[in-house]
Structure formats: structure tokens, C-alpha cells
Design a protein around this ligand. Structure first.
Ligand code: FAD
Ligand code: COM
Length: 529
């Protein structure tokens, strides 16, 4: 199958039809090789409309959109597959770990009841779960390569690092390619821990965890309070690895997370503590100690006291920083205070003809933003003035629950509106010990056997305009709805409690917002429910 690609020495696949199952072995063989995979029309001669450096979510969606709109894109990635960090080290393992955490959590709470196995120590191997991921992840990679070539018909060069020489010239595989525009989508990386002992074996981050873990951890300290810290900490604890999260800011109150309602936050963080996660807020690490591997984290507690936390595993959960150093070195683009490449609403950098997209332009580092940035750059390059404002968006995270939210918190709403009405479950002043609600997907067994675990939800409404200001949910299965609730909420006309009440619920449903809104919508003077 391997033919030479022009004078580049790569595997030329341009004229080949590679079926989906054929892709996995090709990718596996290239993981340890530096042979490029080359899919070029006319051997890359002529001028491209855009060369996308980085074929992650941002570059892949941008190049696909540009091609679909009639342009000629080339996308280049240093990995032998498209899709970037999401399927390789980030979202996909995160969801696998979070699903494992939710299943383990359920088994633990329901132990000894119905068909659940008897109470006793429930321990899952973190290493086994990671190995399942390692063995399976090429399937997603294969799909990205197959879809991008066979369905989307985008030209690409994989397994080769690129470099921009100027705004119209990209060098890769020792060759130069000409382009009208460059779109930089080279992502972000974990912020390093600036601590003595940070390079000891046993210190991991989200990427090295899936690449390098080769032992079973039993006692974990997470440094930092990012989303990843909360998600991975919940998984480690659920697997039976005692976990401490050491965070400066209160958990879920970090700068990059906005609109987290305090009642939701309390339900979630208390729930983590109830499950055994030790959360030290207001703490800061001083040193990681160990000889052959980490043995302890020395830290200052919230009152300045010295803490000595024994562990065999340290996880860096301090968040990511954009890979802007290369972009500056290549093209001198302007960079902001958080290391992010500065762009306008059309994704244009400070250098003419150079766009930047995805994690490279900073927070929020989320898939919707990465993909839509890519699309935004493509539309502008194709001559359509198009702006993307991502200052407001729906958000979610996992503990052993799924937490999803969009719009204002109750406190934010009260600061801005004089007449705020709240519909929530359980209702204000009623505890889970009194009512096993919300009852729905994923919480039915809890409703009957462990009512305090059924989750929490809240809908915040402006009583004067009757418009919904925010939706908040902790439970299972509601995240999907938040994609559409976000759209309805942020339409210029928004969505009112009356319109919510006219929707057709599929009862029982994970978020009870439709039926709860209907119960109150008949009133002229809205009140809490
Ligand atoms: P990347 O996907 O990182 O792509 C950058 C690409 O650039 C890489 O493929 C890299 O190989 C390539 N590259 C770099 N330098 C060069 C070069 N010189 N030449 C060629 N190629 C180069 N977001 C969600 O929405 N939902 C989630 O559940 C979620 N979970 C996450 C879990 C974790 C643990 C983490 C860390 C992040 C998670 N995210 C999630 C965020 C999401 O993964 C990112 O926002 C998204 O992957 C960013 O896409 P990107 O294209 O900007 O960057
Ligand atoms: C998803 C990767 S895992 S991409 O956004 O479809 O490229």
C-alpha cells in the first residue's frame, strides 16, 4: 500500500481507497515511526486557500468547513491521526473514566440490595481502565482519518510537524507549501508544576496518565482545582484510590468556570466529600517528596499549618496553557496575559492572513469553541464576514454525577433583577430526607433506596419578563438537553416560563423543567416552586 509521496519520503495515500478497518493498523504502525502520511491532490502544488497547522477539533472542523464551502484547505498534524487531543488524551478518556466512576459509585451505594453484590471493599484497577482506553483509542483515530479523507475530501499530511515561515508559507517534511492564509490550531498543554519534586516518578497529568501510568495507584494527591482535577479525582476515589484535592480557590469557583450556582456547587462538593474525597480549599503545595517514586506532598493548609499528605501518586490538575510560544516564534503574533494568541471575533490574529483557533486562543478550552472557531476562520477566509462570540455558553462537568448548567446563577440573577423566581427540586426548605426528587434516568433506584442521592436542579426566572435566566442540573442524562436549552435561552427573545410550559416532555425526564414550568405558568404573579 505504501507508495512514495513526491520527494517527501512519506506514505502517499492520495490515490488509495483505505477502508475504515484498514486505518487502525496504519495508525498503530506510525505511532512509533516518523514517516509522514500524505494525502495531497496534485502533490500539493499550487496555492491553498488555508493551511491549518494542527488537526485537532479546531483544525479538522475548520478545514472540513472550508472544503465544503468550495475552498482548498490543507491540514497538517504531527500525530498520525486527526482529531487531536480529544480522542487521544482528553475528552474521550475523561468520559470513559467518568462513566466508570458513576457505575462504581452506584455499586457502592446499593451494595447488598437487590442484585448488587454484598457490601465490602469495592476496588477497581485504574491501570486496567487506562489499558482498556489505550487498546481502544485507535478506533476513534481511524474514524477521523477515514472520514476526513473519504467523506470530507480534505487534503492532509499527518505524522509531521509543520512550521510557518511567513503568513503564506508553511514548511513540513522539508517541503514548502504556499497558502493565502494560515490557521494556527496547535492547542494547549498542561501547566507544569513549579515545585521541588515535580519531576519525580509518580507525578502525572491528563496526558502522561494515559501514556505512561504503569502501576496501580492507591493514594492520590491532586494539586489544583481545575475541571480535570474534579473529574479525575472523582474517578480515582470511586476506583478505591483514596484521593485528596489540594486547591487554592474553593472547588468549582476557579476563574475559568462561570455561572456555577452555589446550591449546585454545595450539593456536588459535599457529595464528593461524602464519598471520601478529601478537599482542602485554601491550601498550597510546597514540595513533593520521594526517592524512587512520590511518597508525600508537603503543603500549607488554609490556616498556614504544614500538611504532610502521604501518597504514591500525584496528579497535576492546575489547568492548561496555550502553545502560543511556537506561534510567536514563527510569526510574531500578539499574545495576551494568559499566554493565549489574541484574536478578534473572526479569529484573525495581529498578523494579516494568520488566524488562530481552539485552545491556542485560551479559555474556554472546550470542544464547541474549538470546532466553531475553526468554522469561523473558514467562513471568513471564504469571504463571509462571520463573528463568533463565546463569552456565554453551556457548560458541564462530571463528578460521579453529571453537572450541567447554562445562564445565570440564582445569586447573579438577584444582583440584576428585582423579582427573581426559582423553581427547584427538591423545593427550597425541603430536604432529600423528605422527598426523593428529582426522580428520573439514573436516579430511579436511588429514589427508592437512597433518596439523598437523587440529584438537584434549579431553574432561575425573571418574574417580571417571565424569561428564564438560567438552568442548573446535577444528575444523569440532562446534558444533552442543555445544548438546546442554551440556544433557546440565548435567542434575542429568550424563552419564557410560558413557552417552556408548552413544550412536550418525555416523562420521566432527567430535567423536570418543562413540567415544573407548566405548573407555575398559569399564574400572572409568578412565585417560587
Ligand atoms: P488539540 O486537539 O490539542 O489539537 C492541537 C493539534 O495540534 C494536536 O493534534 C497536535 O498534534 C497539533 N500540533 C501541535 N504542534 C504542531 C505542529 N508544529 N505541526 C503540526 N501539528 C501540530 N472539552 C469538551 O468540550 N468536553 C470534554 O469532555 C472535554 N474533556 C476534556 C478532558 C481533558 C482531560 C482535557 C485536558 C480537555 C478536555 N476538553 C473537553 C477540552 C478539549 O479537549 C479541547 O478544548 C480541544 O481538544 C481543543 O482542540 P484544539 O484543536 O484546539 O487542540
Ligand atoms: C472528536 C475529534 S474526538 S473531532 O473534533 O471530531 O476532530
Amino acid at each position: 500500500m505504501a507508495a512514495r509521496a513526491g520527494d517527501t519520503g512519506g506514505m502517499d495515500i492520495a490515490e488509495q481507497t483505505i477502508s475504515l478497518p484498514e486505518w487502525s493498523p496504519i495508525i498503530d504502525a506510525h505511532m512509533d515511526s516518523d514517516e509522514p502520511i500524505v494525502n495531497l491532490v496534485d502533490d500539493g502544488q499550487g496555492t491553498y486557500d488555508a493551511i491549518f497547522i494542527g488537526g485537532g477539533a479546531a483544525g479538522r472542523f475548520g478545514s472540513a468547513y472550508l472544503k465544503a464551502a468550495g475552498g482548498r484547505p490543507l491540514v497538517i498534524d504531527r500525530w498520525p491521526f486527526l482529531g487531536g487531543s480529544c480522542p487521544h488524551q482528553a475528552c474521550v478518556p475523561h468520559h470513559l473514566f467518568s462513566e466508570a466512576a458513576a457505575l462504581l459509585d452506584r455499586e457502592r451505594w446499593l451494595a447488598g440490595q437487590l442484585w448488587f453484590r454484598p457490601e465490602g471493599e469495592l476496588r477497581a484497577s485504574i491501570l486496567d481502565v487506562i489499558e482498556v482506553f489505550r487498546r481502544g483509542r485507535t478506533a476513534a483515530h481511524a474514524f477521523m482519518n477515514w472520514q476526513t479523507k473519504s467523506q470530507l475530501e480534505v487534503e492532509y499530511i499527518l505524522n509531521a510537524a509543520a512550521r510557518a515561515l511567513d503568513a503564506h508559507t508553511v514548511e513540513v517534511m522539508g517541503r514548502r507549501f504556499q497558502t493565502r492564509n494560515i490557521v494556527l490550531g496547535i492547542g494547549a498543554r498542561q501547566k507544569p508544576l513549579d515545585l521541588p519534586g515535580a519531576s519525580l516518578p509518580g507525578v502525572f497529568d491528563f496526558a502522561t496518565l494515559v501514556e505512561e501510568l504503569d502501576y496501580e495507584p492507591h493514594r492520590c494527591v491532586i494539586i489544583g482545582g481545575s475541571k480535570v482535577a474534579v473529574e479525575y479525582g472523582s474517578f480515582f476515589q470511586a476506583a478505591g484510590c483514596q484521593t485528596t484535592i489540594l486547591t487554592r480557590s474553593p472547588l468549582l469557583r476557579t476563574a475559568n468556570l462561570h455561572h456555577v450556582d452555589e446550591d449546585v456547587r454545595r450539593y456536588v462538593v459535599d457529595g464528593m466529600r461524602q464519598r471520601g474525597v478529601e478537599v482542602i480549599e485554601g491550601g498550597s503545595p510546597v514540595e513533593i517528596k520521594g526517592t524512587d517514586r512520590v511518597e508525600a506532598v508537603i503543603a500549607r493548609g488554609p490556616d498556614g499549618e504544614e500538611l504532610h499528605i502521604e501518597c504514591d501518586f500525584v496528579f497535576n490538575g492546575t489547568g492548561e496553557t496555550p502553545n502560543s510560544d511556537l506561534a510567536v516564534q514563527w510569526l510574531g503574533v500578539k499574545v495576551g496575559p494568559h499566554n493565549e494568541v489574541v484574536v478578534d471575533a473572526r479569529m484573525r490574529t495581529s498578523v494579516d492572513g494568520v488566524y488562530a483557533v481552539g485552545d491556542l486562543i485560551g479559555a474556554p478550552m472546550e470542544m464547541f469553541k474549538a470546532r466553531k472557531c475553526g468554522m469561523t476562520a473558514a467562513r471568513n477566509i471564504m469571504g463571509e464576514p462571520y463573528e463568533f462570540d463565546f463569552s456565554e455558553y453551556p457548560d458541564f462537568l462530571h463528578t460521579t454525577y453529571e453537572m450541567a448548567w447554562v445562564g445565570l446563577t440564582e445569586a447573579e440573577a438577584r444582583e440584576r433583577h428585582p423579582n427573581v423566581v426559582v423553581i427547584q427540586m427538591p423545593p427550597k426548605g425541603i430536604g432529600h430526607d423528605e422527598v426523593p426528587l428529582p426522580l428520573c434516568e439514573g436516579t430511579m433506584l436511588y429514589g427508592f433506596l437512597k433518596p439523598e442521592l437523587t440529584g438537584f436542579q434549579k431553574c432561575v426566572i425573571d418574574g417580571d419578563s417571565r424569561r428564564v435566566l438560567g438552568f442548573h442540573h446535577v444528575g444523569y442524562g440532562a446534558k444533552d438537553a442543555f445544548q438546546y436549552l442554551d440556544y433557546l435561552l440565548r435567542r434575542p427573545e429568550g424563552i419564557t416560563i410560558d413557552e417552556m410550559g408548552q413544550m412536550n416532555e418525555l416523562f420521566l425526564n432527567p430535567d423536570h423543567f418543562i413540567q415544573l414550568c407548566r405548573l407555575r405558568a398559569g399564574r400572572q404573579d409568578l412565585v417560587d416552586l
